[in-house]
Design a protein around this ligand. Structure first.
Ligand code: DQA
Length: 154
């Protein structure tokens, strides 16, 4: 069964209470429950990790590179826009990653339009609320299954 890391960065543990105009009212646990349900339907194992600490996220990515994880869906929160260390961690493990954002970062402050992850990500999905996780996971599964069966992506 494919093992997928669902990685969440700083302040995403505050979902439900945090700026609902941007992020909606679903909590992180509710989003995780939806992902668990998708896992049963689509036959993958989601492994969840949320941290407010850059180094902890770097360590978790390194661990994923060694523990049989096949890919990651990541919402790095504000670290998306600042963290060379997290970008380098993904490059160090060659784990395909899909970048997701709940809000449409291009409709917000200009500093959010810059992502240090996008150009090394397999894909990026944003602006649609919690469904971005489902869409990101389905895209990643498609990529992994095509890769395993030797079918080209396009
Ligand atoms: C976010 C967008 C980021 O700019 C912000 O710092 C977040 C959440 C999103 O999901 O829309 O924490 O990644």
């Amino acid at each position: 069964m494919l093992k997928i890391l669902i990685l969440q960065g700083p302040n995403l543990n505050r979902l439900g209470k945090r700026e609902p105009g941007h992020y909606g009212t679903k909590t992180l646990s509710e989003i995780h429950e939806e992902i668990e349900a998708l896992g049963k339907k689509e036959n993958f194992l989601p492994v969840f990790f949320q941290s407010n600490h850059e180094g902890a996220i770097v360590d978790r990515i390194h661990a994923a590179g060694e523990d049989g994880t096949q890919g990651a869906v990541a919402n790095l929160g504000a670290y998306t826009h600042t963290s060379i260390a997290i970008r380098d961690a993904f490059l160090s493990v060659e784990l395909p990653v899909v970048e997701v954002h709940l809000s449409n970062v291009y409709r917000r402050e200009s500093f959010r339009a810059k992502s240090l992850l996008s150009d090394i990500a397999a894909g990026t999905i944003g602006g649609l609320g919690p469904v971005v996780y489902q869409l990101g996971i389905l895209g990643l599964l498609d990529l992994l299954r095509r890769r395993d069966s030797g079918t080209p992506r396009t």
